[in-house]
Write a protein that binds this ligand. Structure first.
Ligand code: NAD
Length: 455
């Protein structure tokens, strides 16, 4: 498997994909290791994860370079991701022992009752490339602390980063038969679906997630899916500062080149501030520096996957044909590498693919609305349900919108944000189950109920 640098199409290195034999050896190894790992205290398992976090920080520059080279993520954003993901470890440090402890039910007279949380066993984590630290940590760190062994398949577009996770986890004291990085793409993923696991935890597209859920349904083991989004923002006319609102919206749409599951993908703006908002947003986007991901000044790098370029081009042509007004960008940059100009459309509508299908790239559509009810109707008009945002000085008006959103997360005056303190979950085509928060660790356990009566 060639690892390609998306900034210049060069081959960074070639790696051997796991064969069925290698894979089944790894899984057997994990089965054996998990039994011993589960016998360790939570404190011991946590100590290994904390050490892993320290090692990651000690090597942040090298790790960021690896991530930027294989995914095209601008280097400053790679550093931000690696440092930002540490909050999962802090969160586990504070809470894991409490959340995994047995719970004794108080105040009973004749029967003693308690709940214990046992690990699932050996879990399979098939992951995405866009934020491999964030989405990887959400699964494998929480799973390990809960006493599971993990077969972690990074995306074929983030394999080198996945191998670094393995190296540093081992160095931090996680036994080699408790975590294995599985090397390969969709075909190796298929082997994993046919193998024997105690849970499947997937991050990626709706199409693959739905396929996986169907394929493993007969096993009756937990399946969690963190999938795509088409996340809306509504900018009300009472925002304190239209320019600041536009700058924040642009960042929400274009950070990581728009390749974030919770990136803004649709913007609705009240008519009273529409023209000013569009002007400020376009000005901000035109100031973004596009270029070499290893340059610290770069904000827009290449897309990670070449296959996304024609999808974006198609969305542009479709929006133009249906009356959208192109304000900036609109085409692939014909150098080597997967560069696409940051693109802004105004006067879009829901007939356009740009407002219906996940773009996952540096492109945004802005639509004018006349009142909150019209905005709510448009925000709800999507097959996805990951996040919904409102920029406004009125919490009451924002809450009125949020009450009607069928999304796992709602944001008031912020967006494109994930916190370990609260569950991360998608509804409808955006996913199934939750990571992070207490739910995100319990997801890797099986509760056992005890009823004890002395006779
Ligand atoms: P993808 O679905 O193409 O691939 C995801 C993973 O699935 C990869 O590891 C891939 O090798 C594997 N895979 C592909 N086909 C498979 C098969 N038949 N069997 C088993 N495994 C298979 O997605 P991607 O391009 O890596 O990620 C982008 C998508 O992920 C976007 O839709 C994005 O919104 C979503 N995402 C969601 C979240 C979230 O938390 N909700 C986070 C990050 C990314």
């Amino acid at each position: 498997m060639d690892i390609i640098n998306p900034a210049n199409d060069s081959i960074i290195t070639s790696i051997k994909e796991d064969s069925i034999e290698v894979l089944s050896d790894k899984i057997d190894h994990l089965r054996f290791g998990q039994k011993e790992w589960a016998k360790q205290t939570v404190a011991h398992r946590l100590k290994c994860i904390v050490r892993f976090g320290e090692l990651v920080l000690e090597n942040v520059n090298e790790l960021a370079t690896i991530l930027s080279e294989e995914t095209g993520k601008p280097i400053q954003q790679s550093i931000n991701e690696i440092k930002g993901a540490q909050n999962r470890i802090e969160h586990l440090k504070l809470n894991a022992e409490k959340w995994l402890a047995e719970e004794v039910i108080e105040g009973l007279e004749t029967t003693y009752e308690k709940i214990t949380y046992e690990p699932l066993g050996v879990i399979c984590n098939i992951s995405a490339w866009n934020f491999p630290y964030n989405v990887g940590y959400n699964v494998f760190l929480y799973a390990l602390v809960a006493g599971n062994a993990v077969a972690y398949k990074p995306s074929e577009f983030a394999t080198l980063t996945g191998l670094q996770f393995q190296k540093l986890l081992y160095e931090a004291g996680v036994p080699e038969n408790v975590f294995h990085c599985i090397i390969g793409g969709a075909e190796v993923g298929e082997y994993l679906l046919e193998s024997d696991f105690d849970g499947y935890f997937f991050t990626g597209s709706h199409k693959t997630g739905q396929y996986i859920a169907k394929k493993v349904a007969h096993k009756l083991v937990p399946v969690q899916l963190e999938l795509g989004g088409k996340d809306p923002l509504y900018v009300m006319e009472d925002v304190a500062d239209v320019k600041i609102a536009a700058i924040n919206a642009a960042e929400g749409a274009f950070y990581n080149n728009g390749q974030s599951c919770c990136a803004l993908e649709r913007i609705y703006v009240h008519a009273a501030i529409y023209d000013e908002f569009v002007k400020e947003l376009v000005k901000e986007v035109n100031n973004y520096k596009m270029g070499d991901p290893l340059n610290k000044e770069t904000f827009i790098g290449p897309l990670t996957r070449k296959a996304q370029l024609p999808i974006l081009q198609y969305q542009v042509e479709d929006a133009l044909a249906k009356g959208g007004v192109l304000m900036t960008g609109g085409t692939e940059v014909n150098n080597s590498g997967n560069y696409f100009e940051p693109t802004v459309f105004k006067d879009v509508n829901h007939e356009m693919k740009l407002m219906q299908e996940e773009s996952f790239g540096p492109i945004i559509g802005i639509q004018k609305v006349n009142n909150d009810e019209q905005a709510i109707d448009l925000m709800k008009d999507s097959d996805y349900g990951l996040t919904s945002a409102v920029f406004s000085t009125s919490k009451e008006r924002a809450d009125h919108v949020f009450d009607q959103m069928n999304s796992g997360t709602v944001y008031w005056n912020c967006c494109d944000r994930v916190s370990p303190n609260v569950p991360w979950s998608g509804r409808k085509n955006s996913g199934l189950g939750a990571t992070l928060s207490v739910q995100g660790i319990r997801a890797f356990t099986l509760p056992k109920a005890y009823h004890w009566r002395e006779v």
